[in-house]
Design a protein around this ligand. Structure first.
Ligand code: GLY
Ligand code: MN
Ligand code: MN
Length: 490
């Protein structure tokens, strides 16, 4: 027995020493895509400049447990690498050093033997070359031991550092060490006369620039390629199936937690790796809290339950909200509010055309909501409508749920949400028959030459269609588990 355990342990180590994993998904963005994005960025960079990207930090959850790692979307977009402690350097022109010509360099964490025992082999230099398609790859320590001379460039571009990047632990060099080296390097660039040195503030040195890169990256990321849209569509459709399955399974005795679990089980069933943001599942008064994530009410009762969840699929996230009556039937007041939000969403969707912008979509939806609230006697003036619709209507989605963009006019292949809402919490200054009603309807809509295309049309949106879907039989009606609180149940 003991020999077997030891043997399988060694086999495990041997197996782990190979970087590419067998039997894992193959539909991630291709290395050609990431390469093309680096080329597009390079083409938009000022002459004689360099852009430096750092991987996201690991964030600590408690004691020696970290939150699940998630790569910085810019870093992922340009590299495909999902691991921490890495730096990507992109040069606007070819560099020649020691007879070698290159226009980019990737520095990756090369895992040590002990780290591999716990965490597996990781990508490393070999994987970055073979799987990610880079040619100029170094272990992270090269970034420190053989520092880049940034003083020879006219612009050194990077994104502002967050203040909470403080890492310890056994990985060396970790992100903190890489960033310290970078700061040391750029701080040694000679200062123009009479200027103070501060790499974290607005570019004190004309060479050091932590602003432009945001715009350049937004220019790229706000318009999706066909390859990206395929993954986004999948993420959105998975999220819609989650909504449909919950519509069928929902009953007044269901808790917010279980409702969330059904959505997320559907996500996993389709191979989605994460949720794109913490799932929002709120019944009754909780539906009026915009980003409610406690999700711990034990029974939805006869209230509305607002469900804002997005599967993340191969890095790309959906953002879909449906609001349904837990009983299966809208009350008169619930339906009046729901249908008003639906009309507002229709108006917003109609404005999702090339040349418009998110403000126009918001204005179109807002006008319907404000007028409707006044007509229902919930408000005394149009302006008071803001009290019940306190958020914007539209944002880009992509690698981030609120995706990077330059807030400009809509272009073909941009994808944004349309998500009006009305929220009337307990104690609002209106008849109490409206209280505890919170409704948001959120769809993910592609801008095309032929008008808007709703990627989330699969999930019923009209009040009548929702009620009809809720009449359907659910597989979860047959999903019986033992009652762990009673002896007989076990
Ligand atoms: N799920 C967050 C949002 O709708 O913006
Ligand atoms: Mn949204
Ligand atoms: Mn949402």
């Amino acid at each position: 027995m003991k020999t077997k355990v030891i043997l399988s342990f060694f086999l495990f180590i041997i197996f782990q020493s190979s970087h590419s994993q067998e039997n894992t998904p193959t539909d991630y963005m291709s290395s050609d895509f990431h390469k093309s994005r680096r080329e597009a960025l390079r083409a938009s960079m000022p002459p004689n400049s360099v852009a430096v990207f750092f991987a996201n930090p690991i964030r600590n959850r408690s004691n020696d447990v970290d939150f699940i790692y998630h790569q910085d979307p810019n870093f992922y977009y340009l590299s495909g690498l999902k691991e921490p402690h890495s730096v990507l350097v992109i040069y606007s022109e070819d560099q020649v050093e020691d007879g070698k010509t290159f226009n980019e360099a990737l520095y990756v964490y090369e895992r040590g033997a002990r780290y591999k025992i716990y965490n597996g082999p990781g990508v490393g230099v070999k994987g970055a070359i073979e799987d990610l398609g880079f040619t100029n790859v170094y272990p992270g320590k090269a970034f420190i031991e053989d520092p880049i001379d940034f003083s020879k460039f006219e612009k050194v571009m990077f994104r502002k550092f967050e203040n909470d990047v403080r890492q310890k632990g056994w990985e060396q060099p970790n992100l903190y060490a890489l960033i310290e080296q970078f700061k040391t390097s750029i701080n040694s660039i000679p200062m123009p006369e009479g200027k103070e040195l501060d790499s974290d503030k607005e570019s004190a040195q004309s060479v050091v620039d932590n602003k432009t890169l945001r715009t350049l990256m937004a220019n790229l990321r706000e318009v999706k390629t066909d390859e990206e849209l395929k993954l986004i569509k999948k993420a959105v459709e998975i999220s819609c199936v989650g909504q449909i399955e919950v519509m069928k399974a929902m009953h007044p005795g269901m808790s917010e937690t279980e409702t969330q679990g059904i959505h997320e089980m559907v996500f996993k069933k389709y191979g989605s790796e994460y949720e794109g943001y913490p799932s929002i599942v709120g019944a009754g008064n909780n539906s009026c809290v915009l980003h409610y994530i406690d999700n711990n009410k034990l029974e939805a009762g006869n209230d509305l339950i607002l469900m804002d969840l997005g599967a993340e699929y191969r890095g790309y996230t959906a953002d879909v909200t449906r609001t349904i009556p837990a009983s299966g039937k809208f009350t008169v007041e619930q339906k009046l509010i729901y249908d008003l939000v639906y009309e507002a969403q229709e108006a917003g969707m109609a404005a999702m055309v090339i040349g418009n912008d998110a403000r126009k979509v918001d204005a179109a939806a807002r006008e319907v909501v404000y007028k409707g609230l006044l007509e229902l006697g919930i408000t005394d003036s149009l302006a008071q409508g803001r009290l019940y619709f306190p958020h914007g209507t539209s944002h880009h989605i992509g690698l981030d749920v609120h995706d990077l963009n330059n807030r400009g006019a809509f272009k073909e292949n941009m994808i944004l949400t349309v998500e009006p809402g009305i929220y009337i919490p307990d104690g609002s200054p209106c008849d109490e028959k409206w209280w505890k009603i919170g409704v948001r309807i959120e769809d993910d809509v592609l801008i095309t030459k032929n008008g808007p295309v709703n990627y989330s049309a699969l999930a019923p949106r009209k009040s009548e269609e929702i009620e009809k879907m809720m009449e359907q039989e659910s597989v979860f009606n047959h999903f019986h588990l033992p009652d762990l609180d009673s002896e007989e149940g076990k």
